[in-house]
Ligand binder design. Structure first.
Ligand SMILES: [Zn+2]
Length: 145
């Protein structure tokens, strides 16, 4: 059934056939640029956080803040790096959990996104802020097909 649409859309040997809804090379290039910018930004941020002898406004009482900033920057850098790997692999733009296309809109806002919205929501429920006694009962009421 879906066979016929495929040959007309994609005659690209360089891309897996599952990527009919994939982004154009141009869009990918723009997103790659955004990711590389973010990577540079995070690398820079981490370097600054770890530069010894930089007198921060709060001195050493700032340790915890630095630690949490570092953790955040590292996590962000990790996400960006993974997205760049997916770009190289050719799997960029699809949800890493369910394989659905993420959509250009989402990627433009969050180029390092690896999960589609529903999966992201589930992931947030799983690993997000610790809220005991509340295990993902939220999606029940509004399941927008
Ligand atoms: Zn998904």
């Amino acid at each position: 059934m879906t066979r016929s649409t495929r040959s007309t859309l994609t005659n690209r040997p360089d891309r897996p056939p599952a990527y009919d809804a994939a982004l154009t090379d141009e869009q990918l290039a723009v997103l790659r640029g955004m990711l590389e910018q973010q990577r540079a930004f995070r690398v820079d941020q981490l370097a600054q956080l770890h530069r010894p002898g930089t007198p921060g406004p709060l001195g050493s009482a700032n340790q915890e803040v630095v630690a949490s900033l570092t953790a955040g920057a590292r996590a962000a850098l990790h996400d960006v790096q993974k997205a760049l790997w997916r770009l190289d692999e050719g799997t960029y733009g699809a949800c890493t959990r369910c394989g659905e296309p993420l959509g250009l809109e989402r990627l433009e806002i969050l180029p390092q996104a690896g999960l589609c919205m529903p999966c992201q929501r589930n992931a947030d429920d799983d690993t997000g802020p610790a809220r005991p006694g509340r295990v993902g009962g939220r999606d029940r009421s509004r399941s927008s097909s």
